[in-house]
Design a protein around this ligand. Structure first.
Ligand code: TYD
Length: 205
């Protein structure tokens, strides 16, 4: 595989989209052929699975169903978009990847981190990003930003204790894989966050 695979992770409202857009611009200015995609979603089928996952009406969804649906959306994205792009030598930036499942389903829902990585090994064909940027911020700040922007989806409507577990879960996960997952303080000004991300990205080229 010749391409470069970078994922962005963090609690809801941590500013991933803004930073991804800035990184894409940076990489394109350096001449890289860059593909940005997101999870759950990024293909027609995966976007349909996303609708099921985020629909606030689906309150009856079990945690294992949720984990399997995220993994199924991921399997389709991997097969249809990410693996072909990496094989073609492109730089792939993914807004969330398997670590979201490790944190949201494995830690916050309590299904277990190892169990979630095992389950997702089928979906990812064992491929992990070379670099994962973890945007760290207090859960309350992220959810307050989301509330200002739009109606909250099924995951965002979870109790604040759930979002606290997510924010802490990311910090714990980053400690388990320090070579791959790099934490950046998402409360800093946008340009400072971007500069830090560029420094980290330069280390994988
Ligand atoms: P996203 O649209 O990226 O939300 P945000 O813009 O707030 O980051 O992700 C949708 C939601 O799905 C988000 O609350 C995180 C959750 N999620 C999981 O619980 N598990 C997963 O594997 C993924 C990819 C996302």
């Amino acid at each position: 595989m010749n391409g470069i695979f970078i994922s962005f992770e963090g609690p809801d409202g941590s500013g991933k989209s803004t930073q991804i857009a800035l990184l894409k611009e940076y990489l394109e200015n350096k001449g890289y052929d860059c593909l940005v995609t997101r999870e759950p979603g990024g293909t027609k089928i995966s976007e349909q699975v996303r609708e099921i996952l985020l629909d606030p009406a689906n309150k009856a969804m079990g945690y294992m169903t949720e984990a399997l649906l995220y993994a199924s959306a991921r399997a389709q994205l991997m097969h249809e978009v990410i693996l072909p792009a990496l094989e073609a030598g492109r730089a792939v930036i993914c807004d969330r990847f398997v670590d979201s499942s490790a944190v949201y389903q494995g830690i916050a829902r309590g299904l277990g981190v190892d169990e979630i990585y095992k389950l997702n090994a089928y979906a990812t064909e064992g491929v992990l990003p070379q670099l994962t940027i973890h945007l760290d911020l207090p859960a309350s700040v992220g959810i307050a930003r989301k509330k200002d922007q739009k109606d909250l989806d099924r995951m965002e409507q979870e109790a604040s204790s759930f979002h606290e577990k997510v924010a802490q879960g990311y910090r714990d996960l980053a400690k388990l894989a320090p070579d791959r997952i790099k934490t950046v303080d998402a409360t800093l000004p946008i340009r400072d966050i971007h500069s830090r991300i560029v420094e980290l990205v330069e280390t994988v080229f």
